[in-house]
Write a protein that binds this ligand. Structure first.
Ligand code: FES
Length: 244
């Protein structure tokens, strides 16, 4: 175990932890947007900037910085607060209509941004890459990627076309912190916005309602012991299990 001090609180932290994990272990709050437990940290949003004050003074991203014995961190010093405020100004300029960004900005007293406003006022994507990482690293589909550079940088499917490897699981939407991705089940199809991708839904073998993306049927061969409920929607599955 490593001895770490965070905001004057002495902690004993497991090796290979990050500063963010130590902060959360101590029960302290630190807003994050691009961090998702279970995915390797990426350090994109810079909202988790804190200040290491010993053994040297340095502003660090808590989600990517590993703890080490004897380190001292301040989460709410003037430097760290100023950096986080500036990051929220950046994000506010990029996504002025995002409720999440506006709430976070409000919490730190930022009501307007000094940076040039995005012409796409409806933009919700903060380029945190969580959707790219979950699709590639957890789902294994790699249907999404970063495209372009600088102000043109975006996340999309290759060539902005419907993906032929997307399985329609919706993990991208589930991890998106700003609601930039939407999954809509309509007329027996799953529509993934803004990925231009439509996936057919397989009907439930009990009630006939479309409920699960067809490409996900491969899971049947990967998960043992589900044959008796396979092909049933959640409601029919519960009935089946309840009736023994
Ligand atoms: S949560 Fe650390 S940089 Fe985004």
């Amino acid at each position: 175990m490593l001895a770490v001090t965070i905001d004057n609180q002495k902690l004993s932290v497991r090796e290979n932890s990050t500063v963010l994990q130590a902060i959360r272990q101590a029960g302290m709050q630190l807003s994050t947007l691009c961090y998702w437990e279970g995915l390797p940290p990426y350090g994109a949003c810079r909202l988790c900037l804190v200040e290491m004050t010993a053994p040297r003074r340095q502003t660090i991203a808590a989600c990517t910085y590993p703890v080490f014995d004897g380190m001292v961190v301040e989460t709410d010093g003037p430097h760290a607060r100023a950096h986080r405020k500036m990051m929220l100004e950046f994000l506010l300029a990029r996504c002025p209509e995002s409720e999440v960004i506006r709430r976070l900005a409000d919490e730190v007293g930022v009501s307007a941004s000094r940076f040039p406003a995005n012409e796409k006022t409806e933009e919700l994507c903060i380029l945190c890459g969580l959707c790219v990482r979950v699709c590639r690293d957890l789902v294994g589909a790699a249907a999404l990627g970063f495209i372009g550079r600088g102000a043109e940088r975006t996340v999309d499917t290759p060539f902005h076309a419907a993906s032929d490897v997307c399985i329609g699981c919706g993990a991208c939407a589930a991890v998106c912190p700003t609601g930039a991705i939407r999954v809509e089940d309509v007329d027996g199809q799953r529509v993934l916005h803004p990925w231009h991708t439509i996936i057919r839904l397989q009907p439930c073998q009990g009630c006939g309602q479309p409920f699960t993306p067809e490409p996900m049927s491969f899971l049947r061969t990967h998960v043992e012991g589900i044959d008796h409920v396979w092909g049933l929607c959640p409601a029919c599955r519960r009935k089946q299990v309840a009736s023994g």
